[in-house]
Design a protein around this ligand. Structure first.
Ligand code: WQD
Length: 345
């Protein structure tokens, strides 16, 4: 009987964290959730209980609370940490940079200090394709040079990667997400609509649901096939499954560290692009939503949004061949699951 290893999930009641909790359980791990509810609701825990058949262990708290975190490590002795807890709104980070540096960078350092003190040396880290800025070429590989961040949010992710790489005692799987969308097929968990959405898909589904009057497409004059920006949208369930693959890899002592010229990966720090490898424009996403749901999206082309990159999508060769993971769900499924979730909200 293999003992079920405890995996600490910071931000485990959040959008990606909650979906990852389900996949960890499915893979035979015991998720231990810590979340300060800054960007989530306690009702997510009820939904997880519904889906899991048991109420997962949850502690309300902040990664900056060293005393609480030390107590938590003492009690549950996690074998690894998946660190989601961070602020993630690009626009908000421009208005409140110190809040972002405090939470995303100081919070990471606090967590690492507790991990070191408690002898936990494995982490899966939530990074972002934002670190590439406006890439010199697409699709982006892990070796594509990072560019100066276009926002404090992006800067916190770049700083976090440097901090993790320099902490050679900690083995890190650094996952650079592209654009997470969709929801669990049960529609019991999904992207919580707290306030006016910054991101495309929640704004789109709220428009179709009549909560928002019209979706504004930010810019129709970009140098792309239809003038709108291109992104690599990935189903949140695929993204959650990638985290389990990364946890499994951390426990594989025979893993061979793959790296190529320019790839920042090293013995203790592996970077993977977590995308589908396919880019879609905003107008293509709107068309895919309409055909997947038979609903009409009320939208208009408006001004460009400051800070948007024209096009970014992933080269997934490394994650496919080294991590042994690939995205399985297509854009139509992403749109159907996003709409199903919106209808339940
Ligand atoms: C996607 C496209 C917009 C809203 C951000 C973060 C990134 C990651 C995902 C955390 C762009 C267009 C959007 C709208 C629109 N988050 N858009 N009308 O900016 O690619 O990435 O979220 O890791 O780090 O930067 O996502 O969904 O905001 O925008 O036309 O009302 O949709 O211009 O082209 P983005 P997004």
């Amino acid at each position: 009987m293999t003992t079920k290893q405890n995996i600490l999930v910071t931000g485990g009641l959040g959008f990606i964290g909650s979906h990852t909790v389900l996949c960890l359980n499915e893979a035979g791990y015991t998720p231990i959730i810590v979340d300060n509810l800054h960007n989530s609701r306690i009702e997510v825990l009820d939904a997880l209980e519904d889906l899991l058949g048991y109420r997962p262990i949850y502690i309300q708290g902040d990664v900056n609370d060293v005393q609480l975190m030390s107590g938590l490590f003492n009690e549950y002795n996690p074998s690894a940490v998946i660190h989601f807890a961070a602020h993630k709104a690009v626009g908000e980070s421009v208005e409140k940079p110190l809040m972002y540096y405090q939470n995303n960078v100081v919070g990471l350092i606090s967590l690492l200090e507790v991990m070191k003190g408690m002898g936990c040396s494995k982490m899966v880290f939530s990074s972002s394709c934002t670190v590439y800025g406006e890439p010199e070429a697409v699709p982006v590989k892990e070796s594509t040079p990072t560019r100066p961040a276009a926002s404090p949010y992006g800067a916190t992710k770049q700083m976090a990667e440097v901090i993790l790489k320099d902490n050679s005692w900690c083995e890190v799987q650094c996952l650079r997400y592209f654009n997470p969308v969709g929801a669990h097929p049960s529609a019991k968990i999904g992207e919580l609509p707290l306030g006016v959405p910054n991101n495309l898909i929640p704004y789109l589904t709220q428009t179709v649901a009549g909560i928002r009057e019209k979706l504004t497409v930010y810019g129709g004059d970009y140098p792309t096939s239809d003038g709108t920006c291109i992104r690599d949208y990935i189903h949140v369930m695929d993204l959650a499954e990638a985290h389990v693959a990364a946890i499994d890899r951390l426990f594989n002592p025979n893993r061979i560290i793959a790296s190529q010229e320019g790839d920042p990966s090293s013995e203790n720090f592996e970077v993977f692009n977590i995308g589908t490898g396919v880019g879609y424009s905003v107008l293509e996403v709107i068309a895919a939503f309409e055909s997947a749901t038979d609903e009409k999206v009320n939208y208009a082309i408006g001004d460009r949004r400051a800070g948007d990159v024209v096009a970014v999508w992933a080269d997934t060769n490394k994650v496919n061949n080294v991590l042994g993971w690939s995205a399985k769900r297509d854009l139509s499924t992403m749109m159907k699951d996003a709409w199903h979730w919106q209808q339940k909200c």
